[in-house]
Design a protein around this ligand. Structure first.
Ligand code: C5P
Length: 413
């Protein structure tokens, strides 16, 4: 019989700590074992007794337990796990992890582990959007730690926005996805300097910029213009490029997807924010513009909810065109060496894509027929249109389209 998978669950100090109990229940329901480490501040919200009863395992709280050190050293505690899960990952824990600080049991384990680490953040919206936290999260993702996107909604403190702990079933789904995968970069630790470049990686030393997902153009405080893009294809391309050794910047519109390992993610909402983030990320050796950028936005964003008009008159909206980020990059003085656009078409796919190639000044257009269930679906059917001809690919899962496209980028650059 194979040994059940084992989770080391690190519980930080936030109001969401109580949800760790639900997560333990879900982990055990999957037939896995779980051992909890509780920080001092976590213990203000949930008791060791509750966690011990639910996990059916001893709960560890301090670095200085002689009993624990003789029975199981803290290094072993961190390494016997198949996955380390930090839930909730508070702003403080994230900052310590990003800085390599090890001043209690939880942070010492996180620094000592060679196992994959998944962090489920929970904090006040201002803390989540603070530049210091943005920087720290980016650093963790660069270090190969999987940091989930927090949920958006009402917060315990009365504010509204992103920062809520993802719901336990969503964390559980991410655990199932990550368990058993090796820690990114961990293989380099075997007898080699930890940060030595891996010469076998074909995009080593190259910077690849990817845009993904929709943009969301606010009309008033409660309404916005958006589209059905799920971001899956762009995220898969970012992941495949990172696997090939590239330094990857992923500028993502509002999507509900985890950040691929080793990718620096910049979250944006509107087309204007996406444009600024793309320019900030330059220079790049290749740019793959997969985002479904909204073509229009309203000329102003109403401060108050727009009321229905008298006599059923239409809403008083004036639309203006958004900048075409791909086209402006095509003319930019720091134009990436290889510039790739996407074209979602519902008819005359190749013809329209070829026209777009010239109009946008890019090198390739990946044209996809979105007349079926491609948008939001798991598969894609694409044509690669270049100056020298068109390649028609069969319908493939989006990760496979991503791998083949990255292989083609490798050949090109
Ligand atoms: O013109 P269309 O929207 O069909 O072009 C699609 C391509 O252009 C995609 O690569 C998309 O990311 C990019 N695009 C852009 N900025 C826009 C509109 C599209 O970068 N405002």
């Amino acid at each position: 019989m194979t040994k059940p998978k084992h989770i080391l669950l690190i519980i930080g100090g936030g109001i969401a700590a109580y949800k760790a109990s639900e997560l333990i229940r879900l982990i055990k329901k999957e037939g896995m074992t779980v051992r909890c480490v509780l920080t001092d501040s976590g213990a203000q919200f949930v008791t060791p007794m509750t966690l011990a009863a639910l996990s059916e395992n001893e709960v560890h709280t301090t670095l200085w337990s002689l009993k624990d050190e003789t029975e199981m050293g803290h290094i072993q505690l961190s390494r016997e796990a198949d996955l380390v899960v930090v839930c909730p990952a508070t702003a403080n824990l994230i900052a310590k992890m990003a800085g390599g600080i090890a001043d209690d049991l939880a942070t010492t384990l996180l620094l000592a582990t060679d196992t994959r680490v998944l962090a489920a953040p929970a904090m006040n919206v201002r803390m989540w959007t603070h530049p210091a936290t943005r920087r720290n999260v980016e650093q963790l993702r660069r270090d190969g730690i999987i940091v989930m996107q927090p949920d958006e909604g009402d917060m315990a403190c009365g504010e509204y926005g992103p920062g809520r702990l993802p719901e336990p079933p969503a964390i559980m789904a991410e655990i199932m996805d990550q368990i058993g995968k090796s820690r990114p970069g961990a293989s380099l630790l075997d007898g080699q300097p930890a940060f030595a470049p891996d010469k076998t990686k074909s995009l080593q030393g190259k910077h690849v910029l990817v845009t993904a997902g929709p943009t969301r153009e606010p009309i008033d405080p409660v309404r916005y213009i958006a589209n059905r893009s799920s971001g899956q294809q762009g995220f898969a391309i970012a992941e495949a490029a990172a696997e090939a050794g590239a330094q990857v910047t992923l500028v993502a519109g509002p999507v509900n997807l985890p950040t691929p390992a080793g990718v620096v993610r910049v979250d944006v909402e509107t087309a204007l924010e996406m444009e600024a983030a793309v320019y900030d990320a330059l220079p790049a050796d290749a740019a793959v513009m997969v985002a479904a950028v909204a073509d229009w936005r309203t000329d102003t964003r109403a401060q108050q909810k727009i009321k229905k008009q008298k006599d059923g008159a239409p809403a008083p909206l004036k639309m203006v065109e958004n900048p075409d980020i791909l086209a402006s990059l095509g003319k930019h003085e720091q134009r990436p060496g290889l510039l790739i656009g996407f074209a979602a078409e519902t008819e005359k796919v190749e013809e329209h894509a070829r026209a777009k190639l010239a109009k946008k000044g890019c090198d390739w257009i990946v044209a996809n027929d979105v007349s079926g269930d491609v948008m939001g679906g798991a598969e894609n059917s694409v044509h690669i249109v270049t100056a020298s001809g068109t390649e028609k690919w069969e319908r493939l899962p989006k990760p496979e389209v991503a791998r083949r496209l990255v292989a083609k980028i490798v050949e090109e650059i």
